[in-house]
Ligand binder design. Structure first.
Ligand SMILES: Nc1ncnc2c1ncn2[C@@H]1O[C@H](COP(=O)(O)OP(=O)(O)OP(=O)(O)O)[C@@H](O)[C@H]1O
Ligand SMILES: [Mg+2]
Length: 275
C-alpha cells in the first residue's frame, strides 16, 4: 500500500496553485480529552506558517498529525492537492515532511558531521569494501552549514559543545540538505535568549528562501510575527483563526492568545491589598 491516496478530481482542480500542504479540519481525541477539533491551515512553498498557542493548546498534537506520529480522528491532509495519509513518521518523511522536535534527536557527544548524517551516511566502495565515507561527510557538513551562514570551526567538534541556537540551526540545515519540502519546528526558540532566538529566526527565513514550506510552532508572537506569512492560533484544541499576514496585527495575536480578560483578572488577583 502506498502512503498517497489520490482524491478523484483533486489534481484536475488546478493542482498548480494547490498549497504544498493543506490541513483540512483535523481533529484528535485522547480518551475523553479533545486535543484538537476542526483545525485547518495551509503551508505554501517559500512561506512560513506559524502555529501559536499557550500550553496545552494542542500545538504538539497538531504537528504530530502532520509528521505521522498521530493519525487524525477526523479531517484530512493534502499535499499539492492530493489527499495523503501518513501511517508512520517514516511515511511523512518519505513525502518530504521533516520535523525538528524540541529534543532535536541529536547525540551530544557525537561529532557535528556524524549528527548531520545520522541514519543516512554516505558510503564509498561497494560490496564487502563498502565503508562510511567520513571525508565526504565532513566536507558536506561544512559546506551546507556554511551555505546557511553557520561557520563551524571543526566538524569533529561534539554537537554538545554548540550553543542551543547553533544546534537548532544544524538540525534545520540537516533537514534542508536531506531534501525536506516541509520543515516543521516545534518551539525552536522557546529556550533561547533574544540573540540566539534571532539566529534561529534567520535560519527559518533561509529555509523559507530556499523554497521550503516552514511550520513554526511558538508561543511567542514576537518571534512569529517577523517571519510568519500565516498565523494559526490555537486555544484549548480549537482554532481561534487562521490569518494571512496583513489580516491580523501582532497586538491582536498577543491579546487573543493571552486572553485579555484573563490577564486583567490575574492582575487584579495579584494586587496587594491596599494597592
Ligand atoms: N498522548 C496523549 N494522551 C492523552 N492526552 C494527550 C496526549 N497528547 C496530548 N494530550 C492532551 O492534549 C492537550 C493538548 O496537548 P499538546 O501537547 O498538543 O499541547 P501544546 O500546545 O503542545 O502544549 P505545550 O505548549 O505545553 O507544549 C493537552 O490537554 C494534553 O494533555
Ligand atoms: Mg507542545
Amino acid at each position: 500500500m502506498t502512503d498517497t491516496l489520490p482524491t478523484p478530481g483533486a489534481a484536475a482542480a488546478g493542482a498548480g496553485d494547490a498549497p504544498l500542504l493543506e490541513v483540512r479540519s483535523v481533529g484528535k481525541t485522547f480518551g475523553s480529552v479533545i486535543s484538537l477539533q476542526d483545525v485547518s491551515t495551509v503551508v505554501r512553498a517559500g512561506q512560513v506558517t506559524c502555529v501559536l498557542g499557550d500550553n496545552g493548546a494542542g500545538k504538539s498534537t497538531f504537528i504530530k498529525i502532520l509528521s505521522g506520529v498521530h493519525q487524525p480522528d477526523s479531517g484530512s491532509l493534502a499535499m499539492n492537492g492530493q489527499q495523503v495519509t501518513f501511517g508512520s513518521p517514516r511515511q511523512a518523511l518519505d513525502a518530504g515532511i521533516a520535523t525538528v522536535f524540541q529534543d532535536l534527536a541529536m547525540i551530544p557527544l557525537m561529532a557535528i558531521w556524524r549528527n548531520f548524517f545520522l541514519g543516512s551516511e554516505p558510503t564509498t566502495g561497494w560490496g564487502p569494501f563498502r565503508r562510511f565515507d567520513s571525508a565526504t561527510a565532513k566536507e558536506v557538513t561544512r559546506r551546507e552549514l556554511g551555505a546557511m551562514g553557520i561557520d563551524i570551526r571543526d566538524p569533529d567538534q561534539p554537537v554538545g559543545t554548540l550553543s542551543g541556537g547553533e544546534r537548532q540551526s544544524v538540525a534545520i540545515a540537516r533537514a534542508v540538505y536531506h531534501g525536506a519540502k516541509v520543515l516543521i519546528l516545534d518551539e525552536p526558540t522557546s529556550a533561547l535568549g533574544v540573540k540566539q532566538a534571532g539566529v534561529v529566526l534567520r535560519y527559518i527565513a533561509q529555509a523559507r528562501d530556499r523554497g521550503l514550506g516552514v511550520v513554526f510552532i511558538t508561543h511567542n508572537p514576537h518571534h512569529a510575527f517577523p517571519v510568519g506569512d500565516r498565523f494559526l492560533l490555537l486555544k484549548r484544541g480549537r482554532s481561534l483563526g487562521d490569518f494571512a499576514k496583513g489580516e491580523v496585527t501582532r497586538d491582536e495575536i498577543t491579546s487573543m492568545m493571552a486572553g485579555g480578560a484573563e490577564l486583567d483578572e490575574l492582575a487584579h488577583e495579584l494586587e496587594r491589598p491596599g494597592d
